[in-house]
Write a protein that binds this ligand. Sequence first.
Ligand code: ZN
Length: 216
Amino acid sequence: MTRESALRERICELAKSMFDRGLTGGNTGNISSRTPDGGLLVSPTGTSFGRLDPGRLSRFDAAGRFISGDRPTKEMPLHSAFYDIRSTAGAVVHLHSCHSVALSMMPDADEDNFLPPLTPYAIMKLGKVKLLPFFLPGDPAMGEAVRGLAGKRSAVMLASHGPVVAGKTVESACFAIEELEETAKLALLLRGANPTLLTPSQIGDVTERFDVEWDE
Ligand code: ZN
C-alpha cells in the first residue's frame, strides 16, 4: 500500500468513527489532509462521513489544481484558509457537532476564548478557540475570517454552525476537534453549577509545560 492510499483509508476511517459516534450527522462535516507530495485530499461535496470512499476523495496537486476524484466540499475556502495561513497545518476537519453548536448560541458565549478552562486537554490540543460570527453556508467570507486571524489560532467555532480545527496530521486534527466537542458538552452539563475552573496560574502551567500556542 502506498503512503497516499494508506492516508486515504485513514481519512475515511476517522470520518466514519466520528459519524458513528454522532459527532456529525447526515452529509455534514468535511475533512482534508496534505498528501506526501504536497497536494491535498478533500472529502467530496454532499458526502456522508459514514460512507466516504477512499478512491473518490477530491485530489489536488501541490499547485492547488483539482486533478481527480469527485468535486470537493463547498466549504473548501475554510480549509484553504488554514493551509494558507498556518504553515504547520497538515489537515483540517469541520463538524456540525451538537454541543459546540449549542454553546455558540449562548448569550454569554466568549468570542475570544470560546471554551471555558475546564480541563487541561482542550487547552493542550486546541489553544484558545476563536468564536466567529454566523455566515451563510458556503460564504467565502468564512475563509476570510479565518485568514484574518493571521495564523494565530488552530481552532475556530463558527456560530450556529460548527467547529473547524487544523492539526499537524489528520489524526491530531480529529482528536482535537473531538476534545472541542467534549469540552463544550461538559460546559453545557455544568452550566449554572458554578464548576471549578482552572485558575490562570494552572492554565499558565499547562501552556508552558506542553508548549501550547496561547494567543494573549
Ligand atoms: Zn459546515
